[in-house]
Ligand binder design. Structure first.
Ligand SMILES: Cc1cc2nc3c(=O)[nH]c(=O)nc-3n(C[C@H](O)[C@H](O)[C@H](O)COP(=O)(O)OP(=O)(O)OC[C@H]3O[C@@H](n4cnc5c(N)ncnc54)[C@H](O)[C@@H]3O)c2cc1C
Length: 453
């Protein structure tokens, strides 16, 4: 039990909420406070495992009344680890798993604690899907609030582009609706501005008719990397909206440590067109492993999950490319050869199609130029590897900086990237600050990639 919060107040909180209030003296405390990134080791005074919006209201008011810092967890995946507070109130929405699909409107009301695999399972029953991440264990809430890129984005835009309404609990503990009609400025800011404006309790999404896609992964020898990057640049530049592509230098999943190049694809249109795209990928070099074919969309979304186990240690850096030249590729291949961990990789995500037809300031996610994003995913198993792996990510990012722009995707920023937040929001920054002044002038919600009021 923490010293900073009176026992009687915690007892009252326990009585007041439908979910649980977990404190350090509870047996479950250590497992509940854990998030995806094993480097995060923070101890909240209390974790409110919310069951509904009323629980969130009570948790916000409790924190304010006792002057405690607030953190908010959705899926708990963010590598910066700001879903957990040291000594404050962790508002845990991960326990809110409700989802209702309306097949006649193709709209989905999803509570904030769903992961994308849970969301996908619910919508797949109706032959529907919404753009989520490329890894299905990621949370709907954090991913959507920051932008949300994924396998369906070429055709259907980012997750934010599919949000029609959000229910939010603000810094005063009031329940607000944010949509085109009510609080439209908040609605704008929530679509990219992260957890800066309140606690999202649920989202209303558009869903689309997607069931069997043509997708999967194809792996090649790392020696083929230069010609594969060249192929990828040309092939992706002509990709139709239906085809979303990701390319990565990673390690073979068998634990051998073999370095490989993987190309992942998802074609959500005509199967014959999907097969043609797959043939082009297969023909780019000699595949070591060809897992391309028709797949249910929810399976496509799980193909990369095993590469990112919960509890592994993570340190990432990311930015958008200015250009990918022969020099860029040579530098990437050279740095990849020096990775200290066989769990780490370099991932390039291609932006095109529907994502790029939304004006840069129409939502608070401004990255609407066609192009590529790079993520250096430093992942390793235990703390003995911390120094070497963090150094590898930092040095690699330094080497690649000349090829990168200032722009960054806020959901990939790390704990030490605070100085890059303004650049990440680019032309949306001033309006975001203004909305922050309206809805959270005291910066109650600051454990995030913060937009100071
Ligand atoms: C393995 C892995 C794969 C990823 N793949 C993708 C991908 O394909 N596409 C992509 O776009 N991103 C991807 N990401 C990044 C991901 O979008 C962010 O990490 C995102 O923040 C995760 O959301 P979460 O809810 O799981 O995380 P959390 O850590 O729970 O939340 C992150 C932050 O979001 C805010 N937040 C969370 N829930 C709420 C809520 N209910 N109300 C208000 N604020 C809230 C809080 O500020 C919190 O600190 C990936 C991350 C990982 C680790």
């Amino acid at each position: 039990m923490t010293d900073s919060v009176p026992h009687a107040a915690l007892d009252q909180l326990r009585e007041a909420v439908s979910g649980e209030a977990v404190t350090p003296s509870d047996a479950a405390f250590d497992s509940v406070r854990q998030v995806h990134n094993g480097m995060i080791d923070k101890r909240p005074a209390v974790i409110v495992r919310c069951q509904n919006t009323a629980d969130i209201v009570k948790a916000v008011r409790f924190a304010r009344e006792h002057s405690l810092e607030i953190s908010v967890r959705g899926g708990g995946h963010n590598v910066a680890g700001r879903a957990v507070t040291d000594g404050g109130v962790m508002i845990d929405t991960q326990t809110m798993k409700g989802v209702h699909v309306n097949p006649s409107t193709s709209r989905v009301r999803a509570q904030a604690g769903l992961s994308w695999n849970e969301y996908n399972r619910a919508t797949a029953a109706y032959g529907l899907a919404t753009t989520g991440g490329v890894v299905s264990t990621t949370g709907v809430a954090g991913l959507t609030l920051g932008g949300g890129l994924g396998w369906l984005m070429g055709k259907y835009g980012m997750a934010v582009d599919n949000v029609r309404s959000v229910e939010v609990v603000d810094a005063e503990g009031q329940i607000l609706t944010a949509d085109d009609n009510e609080n439209p400025d908040l609605y704008w800011a929530l679509r990219g501005g992260g957890g800066n404006f309140g606690v999202a309790s649920s989202f209303e999404f558009d869903a689309h008719q997607v069931s069997t896609i043509y997708g999967g992964l194809c792996a090649f020898a790392v020696e083929d990397a230069p010609k594969l990057w060249e192929f990828f640049g040309e092939f992706s530049a002509d990709a139709p909206d239906e085809l979303t592509l990701v390319m990565a230098m990673v390690h073979a999943p068998d634990g051998s440590g073999h370095k490989i190049v993987g190309i992942g694809m998802c074609h959500c249109g005509d199967q014959a067109d999907g097969e043609k795209a797959a043939d082009a990928i297969r023909g780019a070099a000699t595949p070591l492993l060809d897992m391309l074919g028709p797949l249910p969309y929810p399976i496509q979304n799980t193909l990369l999950d095993a590469g990112f186990p919960k509890g592994a240690r993570n340190y990432w850096k990311s930015a958008y490319f200015k250009e990918i030249t022969t020099d860029t590729v040579a530098a990437m291949v050279d740095r990849f050869e020096q990775t200290p961990s066989i769990m780490s990789g370099m991932v390039i995500e291609h932006f095109h199609g529907a994502v790029t037809r939304v004006p840069a300031t129409a939502t608070a996610f401004p990255h609407r130029e066609p192009g590529y994003n790079l993520v250096l995913t430093g992942v390793w198993p235990d703390n003995a590897g911390d120094d070497a792996n963090i150094a590898w990510v930092r040095e690699t990012f330094g080497t690649l900086t000349p090829y990168m722009s200032d722009a960054a995707y806020v959901n990939y920023l790390g704990d030490d990237d605070g100085a890059r937040v303004q650049a990440a929001y680019g032309p949306c920054w001033e309006r975001l600050q203004s909305v922050k002044r309206t809805y959270d002038p005291e910066n109650v919600f600051h454990l995030n990639q913060n937009i100071a009021p």
